[in-house]
Design a protein around this ligand. Sequence first.
Ligand code: NAP
Length: 256
Amino acid sequence: MRSLKGLQNHVAMVTGAGRGIGAAIARRLAADGAAVAVLDLKEELCQQTVSDITGAGGTTLAVGCDVSIADEVQAATEKIAKAFGAVDILVNNAGVIRDNLLFKMSENDWDTVMRVHLRGHFLCSRAVQKFMVERNWGKIVNISSTSALGNRGQANYAAAKAGIQGFTKTLALELGPFNINVNAVAPGFIDTEMTRETAARVGLTPEQLQEMVVQGIPLRRIGRPVDIANVVSFLCNEDASYISGQVIYVAGGPKS
Ligand code: NAP
């Protein structure tokens, strides 16, 4: 893995980092030199990522936190600040899907997706912005999705992921004067537990679903978590210091 080591003396908080895309981002930011707080619903879910990072010589901390609960987010940021002094990089990655066609979608499935994605992004960003403002330096990267452009069976998720794009652009306006860059990465189809569970739900093996999906991807391959981690790393490093309020699609084409 290429490491810029450009994030030494910085502290990153990555949500939903126990597995999948979040785990790859946490490992990459640690390789770039940041101390990385690995957040997931329960502390024990963070252990694999934490041991990967420590095994590679990085600095890390496991934090159990439901991003949709304000008290837990507050306690998590206090724990990280106590261990590492501050948080100046936030990656809002934690996410869930509750797919269904509109006429079958329950209120609970709508609310759960809104709570984890929109409320989660809001609570985590609000909790850490003060550290960034104090340091006059900060990076927030939000994880949107190509589903923001519309995806059958995902009215809740598409609305949340499109909402994240508006949230990103607004924070870029509000926090820019404090030298804080706020951007979003919108992945296409990435091979993780999330997409493997989707395959199971529609009665396919992960390989069968991937074979179908790949036909619509111009680069003719499924995305890997590291493809997203590479772009998040770029956005957090100084080479990207004049980029803010942008949504970068990482999908093997303009849209998949
Ligand atoms: P994943 O494998 O399901 O990982 C998501 C992680 O977030 C899990 O560890 C999950 O914990 C955690 N999480 C869920 N709710 C949480 C909460 N309330 N508080 C804290 N952590 C929570 O999914 P992924 O594929 O890596 O997706 C990561 C992000 O990328 C999500 O925002 C997703 O919407 C987005 N994305 C994914 C794809 C894709 O194709 N995979 C494409 C576009 C965008 P549990 O395991 O306990 O549920």
